[in-house]
Design a binder for this molecule. Structure first.
Ligand code: PMP
Length: 428
């Protein structure tokens, strides 16, 4: 496939936008080459500026769970736009999406809408600190919770690729309140809590990690964290920016039957528009301004277009809950197909999967945390990525990202993908 116009557009972008992109992973730095410029997308397909069609396994990094330009979502936005795009005043649709989200997700009474996953996680931690009166937080190496200062300490996703886990600009003062643990290592968390008695406000984690590739929680890990939190008056924050409304109607809380104290959302909840949210039981949420002392605000928060897109998306998922099962089956099919092909060609690999999140690490040993993910062979991943791209399959341009399947993918698309993988790895 030819990506000439994309390269020309990238060159122009680099003159006026740092690195040519508005979010670092898009620049293909981890895999080399120039990024693809998209013209439009529909269903499971991306149509780029060179006239190529690509099967999309990223889906805008998660939001487009029903495929691109899904009609009920697009129509909701068009209709809302005609009424005005922003008021900075309350609108009914905010209450409607809040009621719907609360009815779908367990253990939450109130929800506040923001504009991104970063804002959601940043605000959730501030709320946890305000509620508990304690300053320190525990996060896990390789988990990404957005780019706010407290989280840029051994973060996953682009922060790994760019080799700056402690970004310049994050002060030592901020960093000292973020305590780091290894994902899936419960005894280490217990030790950290012991060493910081009565100082820890919250533990934040991706309850299924997606920012070091896909890494599921080990058996008992989430339950163990819940117990440690209960014993030590620590709030458990599930960052469900990726998993919320994706792995189940009620997210990981429902899927794994573990209760979180605060849950953060992004991606799917906005139907492809810039939305984040955080939610908890009433007692916690009532600490937020204007009811309580913990301040949090946003000029465009609860924006009517964003709320209309999110409401249409959640309505679709709520009324067609078989979608989660169908997505899980498609992902399982892809998993089986890939395993067969990679085994036939004797390529050392580990595939991790949870519902419609899946990723491949070129590693002989299981990938259960950041260290084991980082040990995988990145040179093989680069060849794999470009082999797929040259044959019309678009996966995440980094091994430290999960793939997201959308319901618009057909079994024919999955068969084509498996065929392309077979063709690609033959040349390894
Ligand atoms: N949390 C998780 C788990 C994420 O994956 C992301 C983004 N990929 C974020 C938070 C930050 O969201 P945003 O990019 O919308 O700020």
């Amino acid at each position: 496939m030819i990506y000439q116009r994309s390269s020309t557009l990238f060159a122009a972008a680099k003159n006026v936008i740092p690195g040519g992109v508005n979010s670092p992973v898009r620049a293909f730095k981890a895999v080399g080459g120039d990024p693809i410029f998209v013209k439009k997308a529909k269903g499971a397909y991306l149509y780029d500026e060179d006239g190529n069609t690509l099967i999309d396994y990223i889906n805008s990094w998660g939001p487009m769970i029903l495929g691109h330009a899904h009609e009920p979502v697009v129509n909701a936005v068009i209709e809302k736009t005609k009424l005005g795009t922003s008021f900075g005043m309350p609108t009914e649709i905010e209450t409607k999406i809040a009621e719907l989200a609360i009815s779908m997700v367990p253990n939450i009474d109130k929800i506040r809408f923001v504009n991104s996953g970063t804002e959601a996680c940043m605000s959730a931690v501030r709320l946890a600190r305000g509620f508990t009166g304690k300053d320190k937080i525990i996060k896990f190496a390789g988990c990404y919770h957005g780019h706010s200062d407290s989280f840029l300490i051994q973060a996953g996703s682009g922060a790994v690729t760019f080799g700056s886990p402690n970004s310049p600009g994050v002060t030592k003062g901020t960093a000292k309140d973020t305590l780091l643990a290894e994902y899936n290592n419960l005894s280490q968390v217990a030790e950290i809590i012991n060493d910081n008695k009565n100082e820890i406000s919250c533990i934040i984690l991706e309850p299924i990690a997606g920012n070091m590739g896909c890494i599921p929680p080990a058996e008992g890990f989430l339950e163990g964290l819940r117990k440690l939190c209960d014993e030590n008056e620590i709030l458990l924050i599930f960052d469900e920016v990726m998993t919320g409304f994706r792995v189940a109607k009620g997210g990981v809380q429902e899927l794994k039957n573990v209760k979180a104290d605060i849950v953060t959302f992004g991606k799917v909840i906005g139907g492809g528009l810039p939305v984040g949210a955080f939610a908890a039981r009433e007692e916690i949420m009532n600490h937020l301004a204007p009811l309580g002392p913990v301040y949090q605000a946003g000029t465009l928060s609860g924006n009517p277009l964003a709320m209309a897109a999110g409401y249409a998306m959640l309505n679709e998922l709520n009324s067609k809950s078989e979608i989660f099962k169908s997505l899980q089956k498609k992902t399982e099919y892809l998993h089986k197909g890939m395993t067969e092909v990679l085994n036939n060609r004797s390529i050392a690999h580990t595939i991790n999967r949870e519902q419609s999140m899946i990723s491949v690490h070129f590693s002989e040993t299981p990938v259960t945390n950041f260290k084991t993910a980082a040990n995988a062979n990145n040179e093989t991943f680069k060849k794999f990525f470009h082999g797929l791209l040259n044959n019309g399959i678009y996966i995440a341009p980094s091994a430290f990202e999960t793939w997201f399947l959308c319901d618009a993918l057909s079994y024919k698309d999955l068969d084509k993908t498996i065929e392309v993988i077979d063709k690609t790895v033959q040349t390894f």
